[in-house]
Ligand binder design. Structure first.
Ligand code: GLN
Length: 458
């Protein structure tokens, strides 16, 4: 049914870069057999899933939305891919994304535009817009994203779906093509909080192949989602981040947020305002640290080992082939970040830029820690506005970066965070009738709190 749905509507939406019909049907048949034999790998056995095209798969290309990797098939599965297969979830295909996960609208994909199912003239968010659009249009009941600065939560917010960035180090990055290694985190996306929790349980866990993987038990996110669904938040203390509201936010988003606070209060939670002064510098710090790591990680695309090779005709030196290939293979945003990152890391500038940004990162983590001494979770809008129009911010990278204002602090601190649907904006403006997301943030390794509060609110 999902493959039919994809065949029927994805021509218009552009959520998938690749659909693996035969592979998905074979996996579905195997799932049926395992259920009949009583050997099903998980409670999600047989439930199909869409996978962001940044996780390696042996049976489909992994392009990261880049011409650099056009047609490239990995010789190995990512740990996350393997876990999905072992749990019996048929992979429907690979979803569109901003090139190497850099962007907030999926318009930086080298292949195609993905449209927001709520309004096809608008963006589905990014960089994981393909996964969010697939979910919101019922092309897939579950999806996987990655969140370096908001790429799971922000598309979830603008498509009325649920997206979770788990605590850094709790979902393996092995086989997740690196963007900014200290920030990247794979995570689950669904249409309900419980669905998302069930998927979270499948993909999380220690992996010796990822040097930053944390060897601790995964919190009981499914139990927390079930408990939360009872709708009782008595005794739960919730902090509203003072710095993540106000000027620059769309009135309909702020109204929705105020209503969410009322709903949570009605469920028995205590709501207080908390001050996180260093969040003001999150955007500046992120856009130095992230490009710095990008400039280093993307050096691997040297046209020698794999990927696009241009100019290999006997008339060019190896250096020239590398330069020609990188010039042809990377899009404008990727090049911009490689240049910013290379500059920020260069000797003489390192302390002034990268070093300062790392200090801000520590201050942000301290703001969180101080806040969590008094409250169980923090909340804010997920995005300052509803989905913008396709093309609206393409020529203005800074305004595109601002769309991530609320999601960046959790990545910089390595914390867990969720976006859960918070109704439709209703302010009489252009965003009226478009989805709004409520962001819930929790301390590291307390991902279960997101699910308890999210399921109660939902
Ligand atoms: N939108 C942010 C960026 O462009 C974050 C992207 C992400 O989370 N991968 O870097």
């Amino acid at each position: 049914a999902h493959l039919d749905r994809i065949a029927q509507i994805d021509g218009e939406l552009g959520a998938f870069l690749h659909v693996g019909v035969d592979e998905a049907l074979a996996a579905a048949r195997a799932a049926d057999e395992s259920i009949a034999a009583g050997t099903a790998g998980s409670s999600l056995t047989g439930v199909p899933i869409a996978l962001k095209d940044v996780f390696t798969t042996v049976d489909a290309p992994t392009t990261c939305g880049s011409k650099m990797l056009e047609g490239w098939v990995s010789p190995y599965d990512a740990t996350l891919t393997r876990k999905l297969r072992e749990a019996g979830l048929p992979i429907l295909g690979k979803t569109n994304m901003d090139e190497f996960a850099m962007g907030s609208s999926t318009e930086n994909s080298a292949y195609q535009v993905t449209r927001n199912p709520w309004d096809t003239q608008r963006v589905p968010g990014g960089s994981g817009g393909g996964s969010a659009a697939a979910l919101a249009s019922y092309q897939a009941p579950l999806a996987i994203g990655t969140d370096t600065g908001g790429s799971i939560r922000q598309p979830a917010a603008v498509t009325a779906t649920v997206g979770v960035k788990p605590t850094y180090g709790t979902v393996s990055r092995y086989g997740l093509v690196a963007c900014a290694s200290s920030l990247d985190q794979g995570g689950p996306c669904g249409r309900t909080v419980l669905d998302t929790a069930l998927l979270h349980e499948v993909i999380a866990g220690f992996d010796p192949r990822d040097s930053t993987s944390i060897d601790v038990a995964v919190p009981d996110v499914v139990g927390a989602a079930r408990a939360g669904a009872a709708g009782d938040l008595t005794g739960v203390r919730i902090g509203v981040v003072k710095q993540l509201q106000g000027e620059g936010y769309q009135p309909g988003v702020l109204d929705s947020f105020q209503q969410a606070c009322e709903v949570l209060r009605g469920l028995g939670a205590t709501i207080v305002e908390v001050d996180c002064p260093s969040f003001e510098y999150a955007l500046s710090a992120f856009y130095l640290i992230m490009p710095s790591e990008v400039s280093s990680n993307l050096a691997r695309f040297d046209a020698m080992r794999y990927g696009l090779r241009v100019g290999d005709d006997g008339t060019h030196s190896a250096d020239e082939v590398m330069a020609l290939s990188r010039a042809a293979g990377f899009g404008p945003e990727v090049k911009r970040r490689i240049m910013i990152g290379t500059y920020a890391l260069s000797s003489g500038y390192y302390d002034a830029y990268y070093g300062q940004a790392q200090k801000i990162r520590t201050l942000i983590a301290r703001d969180f820690a101080k806040a969590y001494a008094d409250v169980d979770v923090l909340i804010s809008p997920t995005t300052p506005t509803t989905a913008f129009k396709l093309g609206e911010k393409v020529g203005d990278p800074l305004s595109m970066y601002l769309f991530d204002l609320c999601t960046l602090p959790s990545n910089l601190a390595g914390n867990a965070a969720m976006s859960v649907p918070s109704g439709l904006a209703d302010d009489g403006g252009a965003g009226t009738g478009l989805p709004v997301g409520l962001q819930i943030m929790a301390p590291p390794l307390a991902d279960d709190r997101l699910y308890r509060v999210g399921a109660a609110y939902e």
